[in-house]
Design a protein around this ligand. Structure first.
Ligand SMILES: N[C@@H](Cc1ccccc1)C(=O)O
Length: 502
C-alpha cells in the first residue's frame, strides 16, 4: 500500500492498544499538529485508524484571582474586619467595618455581594453581622483557586461556575482527538506501507517543466484543526459606518466632507446658537491652540448670521439680546457635531448654491467633553444628514428614519419632543436595547428654523438629524458598554468575533 508521507508517519506512530493524542503523535513524528490531524482523518476514511474526539476544559485563574490568592478574597477581608468589630456577638455598623477592612473601590461591592451568599454573615440596613461558625480556612472558592494555581484540576462544577461568573477564572474548551489503529491498519502495517510522493503545493517550475502531469497531489482536508490566526480586519465600527454610507447612498444621499477642527462660526453661530449658550463655554469645547482662528470666513454670510443673532429674521423676528463677536466666531475648536458640515454645504460654501431637492449626509467623528460612561465617549461617530425640499413635514422626517433604521433591523423607534436652538420642531429618537430592553437615545433631529436658513440663503424646508453610530451598533449587536467597542478598554475578543451582517 502506498500512502503520503505524513500518513505513513502517523500510522507508524499510532498504536492498536492505546489511543494516542494528536499532540503525542505530533511530537513523535515531528509533524505539526494540524498535519497530523489531517493525516489522521485521511487514515480514518481509509479505515486504517479511528479518531476519537472529546472536549477538554482548561480553567485559568484571572489576574484578579491571583491578586486574591495573594491578599485574600474581599469577602474574607470583610469577615475578618467584622469579627474584629465584634459582629459575631452584636451587629456592627457596616460603614465602620468596611473602613476597618481596608477594602477600597470596587472591592467593597465585591465583598458585599459575596458575603451573605457565602454564609459569612448578614448585611441589613447598614448593619453587618458575622457568623461565628463560618470558616474562611475552608472557603471553597479560595481552595479551588489555590488548586488551579497549583496546576491541579477542580471537579466541583458549581464552584467553577461561581468563579467564572465572578470573573475569577477563564474557562476555555478545546477538542482533543486521539488516534487508534484499527485491525485493518495493523494488517496494512504488517503487509508493508510505502511512502507515495505527494506534492503539497504546485510550483511555477512544475508548471513550466510539465512535471505537474505526473505527480500525485496531496488532498486538502478542510476539517483539519488549524491554528487560529487573527489577521487584521476592518473594525466593526468602520464596517458599520461603511454600511450606513451604502444605505444612505442607496436612499439618494450624497456625502459631505469637511474639517474636524472648524471655526465656531460653522459649528455654532450659523446654527443660531447664541454666543453665551452654556454649551459654548470652554468647559464643553476642545479649543485649538494652534492655529486659534480661521481667517477665510465668507464675509456676507457672517454679516447675515450676525444680523439674525441680533434681530432675528422676518418682520417680527426676534434676536438674542446677547453680545456677538466675530473673533468668537473665528475661533477654532474640534467640532462637537457634524452639523458644521451641513452649514458649510447648505450655505453654498462647499459645492455652490444648491437647488432643491437635495439630500446630503456624513458619517464622521465628533468630539465632546463628556464624562466617560457606558454610553458616552469623548469622541464618537455621528451620522449627519439633511434633506432640502419644498414643503417638508415631520412625517417626512419620521418616514426617513423608519426607512433607514429598518435596514439595520430596528423597527421600534420612538420619538420625544426636544429643544435645539436651530430646529423647530425638534425630536430625539430612541430604540430599544435588544438585551436590556432599555430605551436608548440614538439621535436628535428637527426642521431647521428660519433663523438658520434665511442667512444661509435657503428658502425652502430643510429637515436634518445627527444620529450616533455607536448607539446604532449597541442596538444591532447588544453591546452594553460603548467602551467595549473602542478606546483603550475595547474588548478585542468581542471585536474579533462580532460579524457585521450585510
Ligand atoms: N447637532 C445635533 C443633531 C442635529 C442635527 C441637525 C438637526 C437637528 C439635530 C446633535 O449633535 O445632537
Amino acid at each position: 500500500m502506498k500512502l503520503p508521507e505524513s500518513q505513513v508517519a502517523v500510522l507508524q506512530a499510532a498504536s492498536a492498544n492505546d489511543a494516542r493524542s494528536i499532540e503525542q503523535l505530533a511530537a513523535e513524528t515531528d509533524l505539526k499538529p494540524e498535519t497530523v490531524t489531517g493525516a489522521a482523518f485521511e487514515l480514518e476514511s481509509a479505515g486504517l485508524v479511528t479518531v476519537e474526539e472529546s472536549t477538554d476544559q482548561t480553567v485559568t485563574p484571572t489576574e484578579e484571582a491571583r491578586e486574591y490568592l495573594r491578599d485574600g478574597l474581599p469577602e474574607v477581608g470583610l469577615y475578618e474586619a467584622a469579627l474584629d468589630a465584634g459582629a459575631d456577638a452584636d451587629p456592627a455598623q457596616m460603614g465602620q467595618v468596611i473602613g476597618q477592612s481596608g477594602l477600597e473601590g470596587p472591592q467593597v461591592d465585591i465583598a458585599l455581594s459575596n458575603y451573605a451568599r457565602k454564609g459569612y454573615g448578614t448585611i441589613e440596613s447598614g448593619d453587618i453581622t458575622a457568623d461565628p461558625d463560618a470558616d474562611p480556612e475552608s472557603d471553597a472558592e479560595y481552595a479551588a483557586l489555590a488548586a488551579l494555581d497549583a496546576g491541579e484540576s477542580v471537579e466541583d462544577e458549581n464552584v467553577l461556575e461561581q468563579l467564572e461568573s465572578r470573573g475569577l477564572v477563564a474557562i476555555s474548551e478545546s477538542t482533543v482527538r486521539s488516534v487508534t489503529l484499527t485491525d485493518e491498519g495493523v494488517t496494512a502495517m504488517m503487509e508493508g506501507v510505502e511512502t507515495a510522493e505527494t506534492v503539497g503545493q504546485l510550483t511555477p517550475e512544475m508548471l513550466t517543466s510539465g512535471e505537474w502531469r505526473d505527480v500525485e497531489f496531496a488532498e486538502y482536508n478542510v476539517e483539519a484543526d488549524a491554528e487560529r490566526i487573527d489577521g487584521g480586519k476592518t473594525h466593526i465600527l468602520r464596517q458599520t459606518a461603511n454600511r450606513v454610507k451604502d444605505t444612505l447612498v442607496g436612499m439618494g444621499f450624497e456625502e459631505m466632507e469637511g474639517p474636524h477642527a472648524d471655526a465656531d462660526f460653522w459649528i455654532n453661530d450659523a446654527l443660531f446658537m447664541p454666543q453665551d449658550h452654556p454649551a459654548r463655554t470652554h468647559w464643553d469645547r476642545f479649543a485649538l491652540s494652534n492655529p486659534t482662528e480661521i481667517d477665510d470666513l465668507p464675509e456676507d454670510l457672517v454679516g447675515r448670521v450676525e444680523d439674525a443673532h441680533h434681530n432675528g429674521v422676518g418682520e417680527d423676528g426676534e434676536g438674542y439680546h446677547s453680545p456677538w463677536s466675530e473673533d468668537f466666531a473665528r475661533a477654532i475648536a474640534l467640532r462637537g457635531h457634524t452639523t458644521s458640515l451641513s452649514m458649510r454645504y447648505l450655505s453654498g460654501h462647499e459645492v455652490g448654491e444648491l437647488e432643491p431637492p437635495q439630500r446630503f449626509f456624513s458619517v464622521e467623528k465628533v468630539y465632546r467633553n463628556d464624562t466617560l460612561d457606558p454610553t458616552h465617549l469623548l469622541e464618537f461617530f455621528q451620522i449627519e444628514g439633511w434633506v432640502m425640499a419644498e414643503d417638508l413635514s415631520v412625517r417626512d422626517l419620521m418616514g426617513t428614519f423608519e426607512e433607514f433604521y429598518e435596514q439595520f433591523g430596528i423597527t421600534d423607534l420612538e420619538y420625544k419632543p426636544h429643544y435645539n436652538p436651530y430646529t423647530e420642531p425638534s425630536f430625539e429618537l430612541f430604540g430599544e436595547h435588544p438585551t436590556t430592553g432599555e430605551l436608548v437615545e440614538v439621535g436628535n433631529s428637527g426642521m431647521f428654523r428660519e433663523e438658520v436658513l434665511r442667512p444661509l440663503g435657503v428658502d425652502c424646508d430643510v429637515m436634518a438629524w445627527g444620529l450616533s453610530l455607536e448607539r446604532l451598533l449597541m442596538l444591532m449587536y447588544g453591546f452594553e458598554d460603548i467602551r467595549d467597542i473602542h478606546g483603550t478598554l475595547a474588548d478585542l475578543e468581542l471585536l474579533r468575533e462580532t460579524e457585521v451582517l450585510h
